[in-house]
Design a protein around this ligand. Structure first.
Ligand code: NAP
Length: 336
């Protein structure tokens, strides 16, 4: 198969490496990274087709993805523009989009709404962006370039959605940034450093507190107004709950309203491939294998599998993540 257009990637970490893996079969992916060892690994593992040493090596590329840490995105985009001008589309993957407003060039902002708390090329996965929304911002009205990036996003298996930079930043403050602030705060409120016993609920709610602190410091600074406003609303809700509990009020309606909204979301959403089932497992030999065999017989694919809260002699739970609603519902019926 002859590879199609040449695509550049600067920053071969979790996101850049995953984009390279997702595109490299259909496109010729040229990669550049800060560390020589990252580039060597990417070449050896076939994550990229060739390496670029300087921006000029992207001259023949149709588009260059900027996948460096958030604090570096603005400078990297403007350095690329200075070197290549309007000869290529420049598209970033930064988690905040307002910072590129006003940047000249064929700039299409992007934000893949997928990730993990890991970083670096070794954490890159071909399917990381599968089924995830990928938000695109056309800063300078370059419609043909937007269409081209949409095509690339679709070939990664992701779902392109277009919005303005300010719509994006307000949305992510609500659906992603607030959650990180809450997770970091909860860990600091609860753990003192040598804790051994925690509930599985704590683990669920705080998974993202293992995310890169420097990235989240940058996000907090770059999306400050929206985050301050979302934290304000959240603090009001927490204070009101605290007041109601202190006053001995019935808080069932508050929890029911949240449960109802959350349950509805699980069935509707494709976002972050999040169709999750928890299945109790006994401590008996082979109990996990038996569950997995049943699902395999029914041709159900599991995206991700974790054993939670497992202690010798007590058993635990399996956390199974499915790619789509069909597999999720089928698995639920089988394991009921
Ligand atoms: P990452 O795994 O740490 O990868 C960052 C990459 O940038 C690495 O290839 C690294 O190079 C390179 N790099 C590091 N410092 C640099 C510097 N000072 N100058 C130039 N290159 C540098 O990070 P990531 O999670 O992929 O994040 C990259 C971008 O994706 C960020 O802008 C972030 O906002 C965005 N994003 C992240 C997530 C997520 O969940 N992590 C989700 C959506 C979007 P070497 O490894 O070669 O040293």
């Amino acid at each position: 198969m002859t590879k199609r257009d040449k695509i550049g990637i600067v920053g071969l970490g979790l996101i850049g490496g995953s984009i390279a893996l997702a595109l490299n079969k259909k496109y010729e992916v040229v990669g550049m990274s800060r560390s020589a060892s990252t580039v060597e690994y990417a070449l050896k593992e076939g994550i990229i087709s060739s390496a670029a040493e300087k921006y000029d090596d992207f001259k023949e590329a149709k588009a260059v993805f900027v996948c460096v840490p958030l604090t570096r995105v603005k400078d990297e985009v403007s350095a690329l523009y200075d070197a290549l001008g309007d000869s290529v589309i420049i598209t970033d993957v930064g988690s905040v989009k307002g910072m590129l407003s006003g940047q000249r060039g064929r700039i299409i902002g992007g934000h893949p709404m997928a990730g993990t708390e890991q970083s670096g090329i070794h954490a890159a996965r071909e399917k990381l962006l599968d089924n995830a929304y990928y938000i695109l911002v056309d800063y300078n009205g370059n419609e043909a370039d937007l269409a081209y990036i949409k095509e690339l996003v679709r070939s990664m298996g992701a779902l392109p959605r277009e919005m303005t930079a300010s719509e994006h930043d307000a949305l992510v403050a609500k659906i992603s940034h607030l959650e990180h602030m809450a997770a970091y705060s909860m860990v600091n409120a609860v753990l003192d450093g040598d804790d051994e016993i925690v509930g599985s609920g704590f683990m669920d709610v705080t998974r993202i507190a293992s995310s890169d602190p420097e990235l989240w410091n940058a996000v907090s600074a770059l999306n400050r107004d929206n985050i301050v406003s979302e934290l304000g609303r959240y603090i009001e809700i927490l204070s009101s709950l605290r007041g109601d509990i202190a006053a001995g009020k019935d808080v069932t309606p508050f929890f029911s309203a949240a449960k109802e909204k959350r349950d509805r979301l699980t069935y509707r959403k494709k976002f972050l491939s999040s169709y999750i089932l928890y299945v109790d497992v006994s401590d008996a030999k082979g109990s996990i294998v038996a569950i997995l065999s049943k699902l395999a017989e029914a041709d159900i694919s599991i995206n991700n599998l974790t054993v939670v809260n497992s202690r010798a002699g007590v058993g635990g739970a399996l956390r199974l993540e499915f790619k789509d609603e069909r597999d999720y519902i089928k698995a639920k019926e089988i394991l009921r």
